[in-house]
Design a protein around this ligand. Structure first.
Ligand code: ADP
Ligand code: MG
Length: 342
């Protein structure tokens, strides 16, 4: 991928000296889908406040039905909000609709591509729809960027799922929007292609495009994003830098297997309140007990616990610690929200 071939994208940072601090903003954003047929009305977004800093690779994470697609579709002008304020690149979607629209590119969740177009034709048609003059079209550059330069003349129906997804990313970029939104970009995409897509997205972000992606894969948000908001039942339950979010749960687990058969907690270990798990010991020297100790890294460390195990006269066979990951945080936050929701 040649950097010289992509002057406009590489120039993004300089060209945007007057660019806003936030690429996307929502204040008190709510959406109620009206009841229809036998369906009850559904509050899909409940007064969401969220600011997505320019330049970030932002993950909107949440279980199915949380309101992720509703949120981004409102910003993209595809769903009409019920109340609240939404801005794209500082343009109010109600008052500066056209500018707001021109500032965002959306890659939808479904792979809807006309099978009889080639990637080249598809990008040209899309550029036409956005009124991009011929001289300003970047079809070659975009095909290069999404790794489809060698497929430019292939019919879309012959493209693999991963290639179609990349083509949709390219399609969302024809009008060179500073903000790119991807709705579940890797849902149903196999592991290898997922990696490749991640690389494309990271590269776009590195070149200055603000990226918002929704996902229900924790791994995806953990791997890609610098900031993460967690949404559940239409409400934002957490929003932070990934690092702080991961550091938020002050909890770790130490698992030790020991040779001895332990039945009651040795005095030296009572303060750690270990869970005692008898093991089916097979053979000489095999561990007979596993001790599972949950602790707070801010109060103690694994070394102190191991010291106490030795003081208790136990012979350690094996030991491991489990870190908190996004999944723990996600489960904790969505559980808390479910509990408080009744
Ligand atoms: P997510 O993308 O996080 O899976 P959605 O934004 O698609 O969530 O949906 C949020 C909630 O709104 C869900 O309960 C969903 O069933 C409901 N919903 C989404 N679209 C519509 C619609 N067009 N009409 C009625 N309800 C909808
Ligand atoms: Mg969705």
């Amino acid at each position: 991928m040649s950097t010289a071939a992509a002057p406009r994208m590489d120039d993004r940072a300089e060209a945007d000296q007057d660019a806003p601090d936030y690429a996307l903003e929502a204040q008190g954003l709510s959406k109620v889908y009206r009841s229809s047929g036998g369906q009850e009305a559904k509050r899909a977004l409940d007064s969401v406040d969220l600011k997505i800093p320019r330049g970030s690779l932002f993950g909107l994470l949440g279980p199915n039905g949380a309101g992720k697609s509703t949120f981004i579709n409102i910003l993209a002008g595809l769903v009409i909000k019920t109340s609240g304020v939404a801005k794209v690149w500082d343009y109010d979607i109600d008052r500066q609709t056209r500018l707001a629209r021109a500032s965002i590119g959306v890659v939808p969740q479904e792979l809807n591509i006309d099978p009889f177009f080639t990637p080249e034709e598809l990008l040209e048609v899309q550029a036409g729809l956005y009124g991009v003059p011929k001289a300003e079209r970047r079809t070659d550059e975009i095909l290069e960027l999404v790794g489809l330069a060698d497929k430019r003349k292939a019919y879309a129906r012959t493209l693999s799922g991963g290639m179609r997804r990349r083509l949709l990313i390219g399609k969302a970029m024809v009008h060179n929007p500073p903000v790119l939104v991807l709705d579940e970009p890797t849902a149903g995409v196999d592991i290898e292609l997922r990696r490749q897509l991640w690389e494309n997205v990271v590269e776009l972000n590195r070149r200055g495009t603000t990226v918002l992606l929704t996902t229900h894969y924790l791994e995806e948000a953990e791997e890609l994003c610098d900031r993460i908001a967690i949404i559940n039942h239409g409400q934002v339950v957490a929003h932070d830098e990934k690092r702080s979010l991961l550091g938020r749960l002050d909890a770790k687990t130490l698992r030790v297997s020991v040779k001895e058969r332990v039945e009651t907690t040795p005095e030296q270990l009572t303060r750690f309140d270990p869970q005692i798990v008898p093991l089916d010991a097979a053979g000489e020297g095999a561990p007979k007990t596993e001790l599972v100790i949950a602790y707070r890294p801010s109060e103690t460390d694994a070394g102190t616990i191991v010291g106490a195990l030795y003081e208790a006269g136990l012979s350690l066979v094996d030991l491991s610690t489990e870190e908190t990951d996004l999944e723990d945080i996600f489960l904790q936050l969505t559980r808390d929200a479910d509990a408080s929701a009744g």
